[in-house]
Ligand binder design. Structure first.
Ligand SMILES: CC(C)(COP(=O)(O)OP(=O)(O)OC[C@H]1O[C@@H](n2cnc3c(N)ncnc32)[C@H](O)[C@@H]1OP(=O)(O)O)[C@@H](O)C(=O)NCCC(=O)NCCS
Length: 144
């Protein structure tokens, strides 16, 4: 298994994974440059994407094929996305989740209110239209 940067050719597989896990597809194609995938025998079995805005990053589309869940791939993908955020010197990373608020605290994410999210991140497609108001918002601050 490898975790590496995604290419445009990975998008159909990533979208299939997202669909299967009922995660939003909208806007994901715009962020392939800051997307990572996990592969096994050349097949995409997991993904994570970071959207970069002036106020911080938005971690989205963290997904692992159901057959491969529970083998630390979610950890590796999340860490790889956070590393991209550090390299971009983003001050913080935000996420919206309805299904995995218990997964992200181990990486330093804590729940916050939507009002605490910078405007540039709130204007993202996921914030504006995809994730319902009931979704939990989380933030991880990154050291300067
Ligand atoms: C969430 C997800 C990415 C985790 O990936 P994974 O490879 O299965 O997770 P890992 O093997 O790295 O980590 C396993 C640990 O995470 C926990 N975990 C996994 N999914 C979880 C969830 N949805 N909520 C809370 N904890 C979760 C496991 O209980 C396990 O805990 P432990 O280390 O204390 O035993 C994966 O389950 C998935 O794709 N879920 C469906 C899509 C989804 O909800 N994505 C999040 C969108 S914001």
């Amino acid at each position: 298994m490898t975790v590496e940067r995604a290419t445009r050719a990975d998008l159909p597989d990533v979208e299939r994974l997202l669909e299967r896990e009922h995660l939003p597809l909208d806007g994901v194609r715009d962020h392939v440059e800051t997307m990572v995938v996990a592969r096994h025998d050349g097949r995409v079995i997991g993904a994570a994407a970071l959207e970069c805005y002036s106020g911080g990053g938005l971690l989205r589309s963290v997904v692992v094929d159901a057959q491969w869940q529970g083998r630390r791939l979610g950890h590796q993908l999340t860490e790889a996305a956070l590393e991209m955020a550090r390299q971009c010197e983003l001050p913080a990373v935000y996420l919206l989740t309805e299904t995995a608020e218990g997964f992200f605290p181990r990486f330093g994410f804590t729940a916050i209110s939507r009002e605490e999210v910078p405007a540039s991140v709130q204007e993202s497609v996921e914030f504006r239209s995809v994730c319902p108001a009931s979704a939990i918002v989380m933030r991880k601050r990154l050291p300067r």
